[in-house]
Design a protein around this ligand. Sequence first.
Ligand code: AMP
Ligand code: MG
Length: 402
Amino acid sequence: MLTYDEALQIVLETVTPRPPVLVPLASASGRVLAAAVISSRNLPTRDNSAMDGYAFAWNEQIAEHPLPVIDFVAAGHARQLAVPVGNAVKIMTGAPLPPDCDTVVPIEDIEELDGSIRLKTTTQQGDNVRYCGEELRCGELILDAGTSLFAGEIGLLAAAGIESVQVYPAPRVAILSTGDELVELGTPPVDGKIINSNAYLLASRLHEAGCEPILLGIARDTPEELESALKKGLKADLLLTTGGVSVGDCDHVQESLIKLGFTRKFWKVAIKPGKPVLFGTINDQPVFGLPGNPAATAATFELFVLPALRRLAGFPSTRPPRLRVTLTEAIKGGGKRQRFLWGRLEICNGSFCFTSAHYQGSGQNRSLQGAQALLPIAEHSPDLAAGSEVEILLLRMPPGQP
Ligand code: AMP
Ligand code: MG
């Protein structure tokens, strides 16, 4: 049976990014740039004042005489006329420096006389001036292809006048829940039925990951119903099923996929939970058959599907991020398969510590409650003592500190 690392490698070799699209900047948050962005202007566009203060042409003797204040320049207004040597203009932060002025003294550092100012501190030529192009030059690279666009990048691009960008679009992910036992939320689960909670779990996680879920509902465990429901997911960028991929008498997902042209890349990985996970393609579309038990669905989603989605979305790094943390408790060593334990991260004395979830059963929704990390435990590894350093897979950052 494949190991997790071997199986993940296959996923990452199979999946390729979606074709880029041009989007308005306001829609680019969370996306990855598909093409470099070059500046077509200087930033700042003109020399301007970094302070509320007074601008003048500097010379060695500037502090010796009072400077008559001959004008006022607010941000967004430009004085076209030069300021004669020995005079000053009052200037607000961001206002363009008038011609011939090269220095600004802050309001706090002058003494106001009647219509003039006297400098209280020594100044250097060029003090408190932001120069044209000091942040960005016309023709300079602003952001390279492969950059993730978050608030800081979006603000920078807007400041540089970039109205639209080439990005990898958000992956559209079809989700089909399978199983005779399933009912939708809102229908009472009588006679051993259970609610299709996996669809909610996956849609929620997809939203968090900046993807677009497409819910295909529930298919019963018959090859015919599965096949016709699966067909509806073939236009998405990635197709996910839950349930029906194990070896039970009612597990028909794989044979139905094969009728639709499925090429299997792997089935079953030596992990717990999530062993029966299935992966392959229909034409070039990646398809995952996730096991139905909620904690197995969620674990295989984190371990395989999210990396595939990051690849589709153009992220250069796709594997789950790893972090060294301290165990708050002793944890039993590994068995026959690599285990993944759900757990909570907290900040203890300035670094992260990990506490495993009380519930770890693959059928238990509560294992995921409050979990920010998965702790991999290698097969046949020794017990871990409280206080040991371990490496976890980071799923999300813990909430703020009290
Ligand atoms: P399966 O992988 O089809 O053998 O399903 C294993 C178990 O997972 C089922 O017996 C259900 O208890 C549970 N399960 C399957 N599908 C879902 C679902 N969509 N939502 C919640 N639990 C599910
Ligand atoms: Mg089933």
